[in-house]
Design a protein around this ligand. Structure first.
Ligand SMILES: *Cc1c(COP(=O)(O)O)cnc(C)c1O
Length: 369
């Protein structure tokens, strides 16, 4: 297949080629120094990323799923506890809850913005509930004011899953600074991506930050060979941090490019009765990790796009309660009507900072046919 005539869902190569010199140099320096674990690149990134977000602490870790797990563990959430999560998200959000021994409790999503439906949270809260994980799905901030108010009324923690929303904003604040702590993923295809698995915990809480850092490094405090608690190993590698250090200064520009691309999609596709476009919500900066439309005859459309060498995807084809892993919960379709209907119609179109106007035009031409 001729690469120049096919449009991928994301194009990681384009971004690398733009920054090749800086990235190659940073990786080579890291190799020459030989401090592959806990090298100075890691501290440099942690400081730069917390500075970018306006948060007090950033702790690098192995990946975004670990970041969620480290937060839950550090908040002493475990066996006997329940944590509220949206029914439509990447499985990692719920998996982290199971993996600390707690139980995820699913809540349906909002028809309009696809994040957790704040009107359906309180009916799921009981004495075991400890936290709500707000997922800023597709780059679109969840309804944080309402979530925060509900959590305060019931004495719950709000944890933000920011894996798809680096740089997104809610009421002028960067997401990741609103809840008690936030999990970021730097999986290669995220808005800020490393060259492998990588993640971070962000928080304004000093005590929580210390705990996360300790647990992620075998329970060690500053002193070597002093293990205060049984921890685990989940650290950000120096090489990954060196890649992220080169990329972070471009994050805002890349997000702007994503927003520009989304506007072009919107203006070309609006007014078409059979396509539902992403919501534009006041007070939220959506950073379009994914550009997701809704459409009835999805299978046919995907085939037609594919015949024109245009990739598309489904995020996600099944709500979490209906994955085999969660069969044990014995949920019915009626428990999550919006998630069920939405998952049948959503379609992710190609979006990445380097996508061109003519590529989007071509995609829209094919789609409208
Ligand atoms: C990618 C992602 C994660 C997990 O990140 P990894 O780094 O892949 O572990 C968690 N939540 C959401 C919503 C994600 O998209």
């Amino acid at each position: 297949m001729n690469r120049s005539h096919s449009i991928p869902l994301v194009d990681l190569r384009a971004q690398y080629l733009d920054l090749k010199d800086g990235i190659d140099k940073a990786i080579n320096e890291c190799i020459a120094e030989g401090n592959f674990i806990k090298g100075k690149q890691v501290t440099e990134f942690e400081n730069a990323f917390s500075g970018y977000l306006g948060a007090k602490h950033c702790i690098g870790c192995g990946n975004g799923t670990d970041a969620l797990e480290l937060i839950l563990k550090s908040l002493n959430i475990g066996p006997g506890d329940e944590v509220i999560v949206p029914a439509l998200t990447w499985i990692a959000t719920a998996e982290a809850v199971n993996n600390v021994g707690a139980e995820p409790v699913f809540v349906d999503i909002d028809q309009n913005n696809y994040t957790i439906d704040v009107r359906k949270i309180e009916e799921k809260i009981n004495k075991k509930t400890r936290a709500i994980i707000a997922v800023h799905l597709y780059g679109s901030p969840a309804d944080m004011d309402e979530i925060t108010a509900i959590a305060q009324r019931s004495g719950l923690f709000v944890i933000e899953d920011c894996a798809q929303a680096h740089g997104a904003e809610y009421s002028g604040k960067k997401i990741g600074t609103i809840g008690i702590a936030a999990a970021f993923s730097f999986f290669p295809s995220k808005n800020l991506g490393a060259f492998g698995d990588a993640g971070a915990v962000v928080t304004n809480d000093q005590e929580l930050a210390n705990k996360v850092r300790m647990i992620s490094n075998h329970g060690q405090l500053q002193t070597r060979h002093h293990h205060a608690v049984v921890g685990r190993n989940s650290r950000l590698d120096s090489i990954q941090a060196s890649v992220l250090n080169v990329k972070l200064p471009y994050l805002d520009k890349w997000n702007t490019n994503r927003i520009t691309a989304s506007k072009q999609y919107m203006s070309r596709l609006q007014g078409n009765g059979s396509i539902i476009l992403p919501a534009s919500e006041i007070g939220k900066k959506h950073v379009f990790h994914l550009f997701v439309i809704r459409i009835k005859n999805r299978k046919k459309i995907m085939e037609a796009l594919s015949n024109s060498n245009i990739s598309s995807g489904i995020h996600y084809p099944a709500p979490l309660p209906f994955l085999e892993a969660y069969n044990y919960k014995k949920h019915k379709r009626d428990d999550f009507p919006v998630s069920v209907n939405t998952s049948k119609e959503i379609l992710s179109l190609p979006i990445y900072p380097e996508i061109t106007e003519s590529q989007i035009d071509f995609i829209c031409d094919q789609l409208l046919k």
